[in-house]
Ligand binder design. Structure first.
Ligand code: CU
Length: 291
């Protein structure tokens, strides 16, 4: 019975239990209005726009279609990055209608999200495609007439920082965005030399000895102020109790009583420490079994 059970657990683990997720074509999305579409399988489109012309475009000047692939494997060519799109730069003419097929090749959630679009056409100024797990979703947008550089990125925590970003230029664009893998220089370059770069966003330590002295000073002053606070608090709490204890005593009796209390406290502490030491050192050694 035991053998049968472990065999079935083994079979489960290596069959359905850890099988890769299958690729889903997200074609039947629920339309929530305003170009917002979703389904229960983790796919989403925001800001879908197939025919509303942006102000300043008298007509759709071109219709283009691209396929964007998102996945861990596209980061391989960028040292230090973990996620990436298959392309890091896109260029289109103003007033272009763009159909974007977004394919997620990872078994996690990825997005192709664009910001800075006109808000009268795109809620929150965003066009957004999202797929959880391997799958494909398709959305459409129409670009405004202005020369502008748009950021496209995956907004899942750390995915952009780890490389999943690109720039999309309309017309001549409006400059380059920083830290686009393989396109523009990183704002903070990875450095494995062990030296402290000048671009560090926090102050450098002055010198090892000076900083050690400074931190020792800091530690001392904080310890002093901490002790003072604890002392004051204990004093305030103990004041009514002590007033009661010392009531009616002469100066000599008070001093004697204080010493008695102190010696009791010290005796208690010594007893506790010695019993603890005994507890930890009194262990019998365990003999190794004979071979
Ligand atoms: Cu992502």
């Amino acid at each position: 019975m035991k053998k049968f059970l472990s065999a079935s657990i083994f079979l489960f683990m290596f069959s359905g239990g850890v099988a890769a997720k299958e690729f889903i074509e997200h074609n039947n999305m629920m339309d929530h209005g305003d170009g917002h579409m979703m389904n229960m399988d983790g796919a989403m489109i925001m800001g879908n726009n197939e025919n509303r012309l942006p102000g300043g475009c008298d007509k759709i000047r071109a219709t283009k279609e691209i396929t964007v692939r998102a996945g861990h494997k596209y980061a391989e060519e960028f040292p230090g990055r973990i996620f990436a799109f298959d392309k890091q730069e896109y260029r289109f003419e103003p007033c272009t209608k763009l159909i974007v097929n977004f394919i997620n090749e990872d078994e996690i959630r990825h997005q192709w999200m664009m910001h800075g679009l006109p808000k009268y056409l795109y809620p929150k100024g965003m066009f957004h495609l999202e797929v959880t797990g391997p799958g494909k979703v398709t959305g459409t947008l129409i670009f405004p007439p202005e020369d502008k550089t748009y950021l496209v990125h995956c907004d899942i925590a750390q995915h952009m920082e780890k490389g999943m970003k690109a720039q999309l230029k309309i017309g001549k664009g409006s400059g380059d965005l920083p830290s686009i893998p393989g396109v523009t220089a990183n704002v903070i370059q990875d450095d494995y030399s062990g030296s402290i770069p000048d671009t560090m966003p926090f102050p450098k330590p002055v010198s090892p000895s000076a900083s050690a002295a400074a931190s020792a000073d800091d530690a001392n002053s904080s310890a002093v102020s901490g002790m003072m606070v604890i002392g004051l608090a204990l004093g305030l709490l103990a004041a009514p109790f002590l007033a009661k204890q010392y009531k009616g005593m002469t100066m000599g009796e008070g001093v004697a009583y204080t010493f008695e209390m102190l010696s009791k406290a010290i005796a208690f502490i010594v007893k506790t420490i010695s019993s603890l030491i005994k507890k930890f050192t009194d262990k019998k050694t365990i003999e190794l079994p004979d071979k």
